[in-house]
Ligand binder design. Structure first.
Ligand code: NAD
Length: 263
């Protein structure tokens, strides 16, 4: 068991990747606080953890709201003392082309992804430092690494990568490790609207991935477990793509253009 006696807070822990991370951490002995905007989802994750024999609670929290984060952090700290691991996972994506997006679309991406990571990191890092260290893990996206659309979301994810690097550098001497996971396309409810419009979307996307499939939440959870555990005790400031090889490149151009045949 890799996380015995650790307390982990997972934001957006009520669904998809956050739920898979919560379950994976609890299975390794951590006490997990699944914090989510939607209370029922957080409670459902806690229930799944308990049913699997682990320790977990679900709490409602809006990571984009300072008062809500403060209330959540106070509750967690009162119940468990300082937190050992924080996973900034809560996220959503609104809008793309800047000609059509509204200011509110821009703001909500940055409020949840960037400000959320700021508020939650700020709420827990002091306690981590006081007890000698801790782990910050941020779920960004391959979208934050190059230009593949969803502009406000992608810009916020790119910001998250730099934010993590600065946390790693400024607080490394105080025992803080800060890392990012950049997932590719993962089958979760965040895709529900797209799948409703285009039921074949994952089959088409699979073709651009070198490993020829899209990801599952557990693919991300396994990487999160590694980065959160002592197995990664000398790893900080990195961005780990969990993306079926996508950031290495794609052979979609070669396979569709017949370039190899011409050469
Ligand atoms: P999801 O929609 O299944 O889960 C996201 C959760 O975050 C939801 O339960 C939602 O209620 C919660 N949330 C949203 N706003 C919140 C707020 N203000 N405060 C607290 N909780 C809030 O999506 P997912 O795919 O599991 O996404 C998890 C993270 O992974 C996100 O940051 C997302 O950007 C990132 N990501 C997902 C994919 C993918 O393809 N699924 C790819 C790359 C990155």
């Amino acid at each position: 068991m890799k996380l015995v006696n650790r307390v982990a807070v997972v934001t957006g822990g009520g669904s998809g990747i956050g739920r898979a991370i919560s379950l994976a951490f609890a299975a390794e002995g951590a006490t997990v606080v699944a914090a989510d905007l939607v209370e029922e989802r957080a409670l459902e994750t806690a229930d799944l953890i308990e049913r699997a024999g682990g320790k977990g609670i679900g709490v409602q929290a809006d990571v984009s709201n300072a008062a809500s984060v403060a209330e959540m952090a106070t509750g967690v700290t009162n119940a468990y003392g300082a937190v050992d691991i924080l996973v900034n996972n809560a996220g959503l994506s609104r809008g793309g082309d800047i000609r059509t997006i509204e200011e509110a679309d821009w703001d909500i991406n940055f409020d949840v992804i960037m400000k959320g990571a700021f508020l939650c990191s700020k709420a827990f890092i002091g306690g981590m430092i006081e007890r000698g260290g801790g782990v910050l893990l941020h779920i960004a996206s391959v979208n934050g690494m190059y230009g593949i659309g969803e502009e406000p979301y992608s810009a916020a994810k790119a910001g998250l990568i730099n934010f993590s690097q600065n946390l790693a550098v400024r607080h490394g001497a105080e025992g803080i490790r800060s890392n990012v996971i950049a997932p590719g396309s993962i089958v979760t409810p965040i895709w529900n609207h797209t799948v409703h419009r285009d039921p074949e979307v994952f089959n088409r996307l699979a073709k651009i991935y070198p490993l020829r499939r899209v990801g599952q939440p557990e693919d991300v959870a396994k990487a999160a477990l590694f980065l959160a555990s002592d197995d990664a005790s000398w790893i900080s400031g990195v961005t780990l793509p969990v993306d079926g090889g996508l950031t290495a490149g794609t052979d979609i151009f070669r396979t569709t253009s017949g370039a190899d045949e011409r050469a």
